[in-house]
Design a protein around this ligand. Structure first.
Ligand SMILES: *Cc1c(COP(=O)(O)O)cnc(C)c1O
Length: 446
């Protein structure tokens, strides 16, 4: 229910549940929602009854426009993409968020509670949260996006939702500023309790949990087993999506190497290469959902791969806040390198990759997906066996970059074709925590 833990850290399971080979074999052929139930059960335990969980999950995936939810498409020899963009807002974030919506509703109703949901977005989290939570009783939703730094499609997907419980705010700053505001709100215990704050950023464990499922579905669909693992190339920003792959691997899924694919905002690539995690300033790119410097979920990996030493992570996070950097020790780094590779993809290569896939086989891919495909291509010698790149957004969500690379204007699916005629509603606020608190108090009906 809460995003951030009260001590400022992130929640991590005490241990990884582990599926046996027989369990995995029994997952083969299950419809996606049923597979999701099986994968989620160990995390949910007795807190939600099986049938209720089944209902929540069915509810979650009803709004998808592809029956397989996360279909695979082959793009080359040993190369696939997993299309995760068939949800209502055309980005992979729907896969988790559509689950969070009915889950949160269920828990609040059961506890007879209200909640204020807050989230910072570089574009896609916001619309996914808004679509999942619009009109839901007992919930006020405040979504902060960096003013002028999200695409028109992304902004309109958020600001044209006019339900009374949805509040869009353009913050005069970067995504990291917006994310710092959300952390600031959570770290104010009095405010947190007064509003019963809940978070839906990728630091929310329930999101990571829901994202594990497509690593299972993809490895199973490709017939993976312990001697033929499937690698994943994951366009990475906040490290939530790829951390879910790591979690799935710990749980027994036949995941091979995990390739962290970043754009020129490459803090993770530099960290895996040198051991130093050091923030620079954010560079705007054609894959804006990955234009971040602080990759929040990496903290989870530092903990789980670093010997579960909480004190060490606390000190690393303190150093990051104080000096803008910290060092991962050699032990931690070699542990991380067992599962992860990292590649940085520049803007020209991203664009060429969109063009290449279009001319090779008529596939239109969005710039985020292109970062993943380019990284998998560049590192193909290091990756043995099949590689799946997660296609994190529909090409029509980022039409300018796709048109520039291919000359083709990608079309929005029917359910969004009138997006540019819809009325918009949002407010602008300075990058100032106090102003944001006042705004939330003044705009809450509960
Ligand atoms: C959010 C997002 C990403 C990055 O995912 P993380 O979990 O933050 O690493 C990549 N691509 C798209 C399209 C996104 O919306």
């Amino acid at each position: 229910m809460t995003g951030l833990a009260r001590d400022g850290g992130l929640y991590v399971p005490e241990h990884w549940p582990r599926f046996s080979e027989e369990d995995l074999a029994s997952f083969a052929g299950l419809p996606y929602p049923e597979l999701a139930v099986r994968v989620l059960i160990p995390f949910v335990g007795e807190d939600i009854e099986r049938d209720t969980l089944r209902k929540i999950v069915r509810d979650a995936y009803r709004g998808f426009h592809h029956k397989l939810i996360a279909p695979l498409r082959q793009i080359g020899p040993n190369q696939w993409v997993a299309e995760l963009f068939h949800g209502p807002t055309l980005a992979f974030k729907d896969v988790a968020m559509q689950f969070i919506g009915p889950l949160l509703s269920h828990l609040l109703t059961e506890r007879n509670q209200h909640a204020t949901v807050i989230g910072a977005t570089s574009g896609d989290t916001g619309s996914a949260a808004i679509e999942a939570l619009r009109g839901r009783e007992g919930l006020e939703v405040f979504i902060f996006h960096p003013k002028g730094r999200v695409s028109d499609v992304q902004r309109r997907q958020m600001t044209t939702v006019l339900d009374d419980n949805i509040h869009n705010i353009a913050i005069d700053g970067t995504f990291d500023d917006a994310q710092a505001i959300v952390k600031g709100l959570f770290n104010d215990s009095a405010f947190r309790d007064e509003r019963n704050l809940s978070g839906v950023n990728s630091i929310n464990w329930a999101r990571v949990m829901a994202q594990c499922v497509y690593y299972f579905s993809s490895t199973i669909a490709l017939g993976a087993h312990s001697d033929r693992r499937v690698n994943f190339s994951v366009p990475t920003g906040n490290f939530g999506d790829i951390f879910a792959g790591y979690a799935a691997k710990q749980m027994g899924a036949h995941v091979g190497d995990l390739l962290i694919a970043t754009n020129v905002n490459d803090i993770l690539v530099r960290c895996l290469t040198t051991g130093r995690y050091e923030t620079h300033s954010v560079i705007p790119t054609i894959s804006p959902s990955m234009d971040i410097q602080v990759s929040s979920n990496f903290e989870r990996l530092l903990y789980t791969a670093g010997g579960r030493d909480a004190a060490k992570v606390v000190s690393q996070m303190d150093q990051l806040r104080g000096t803008g950097s910290f060092v991962v020790d050699n032990l931690g780094l070699s542990e991380i390198r067992k599962d992860f590779l990292a590649s940085r993809v520049d803007e020209a290569t991203t664009s060429q990759t969109i063009g290449r896939l279009w001319s090779e086989n008529g596939n239109l891919i969005d710039p985020h997906t292109a970062v993943g495909v380019a990284a998998a291509h560049e590192r193909s010698d290091d990756l043995s066996g099949p590689t799946v790149t997660l296609a994190t957004a529909h090409p029509a969500k980022f039409p300018a970059a796709v048109q520039e690379a291919t000359g083709i204007e990608p079309q929005l699916p029917d359910h969004l074709s009138d997006l540019f005629e819809r009325e918009e509603r949002y407010d602008e606020l300075p990058n100032d925590l106090a102003a944001v608190k006042t705004y939330i108090r003044e705009h809450t009906a509960l």
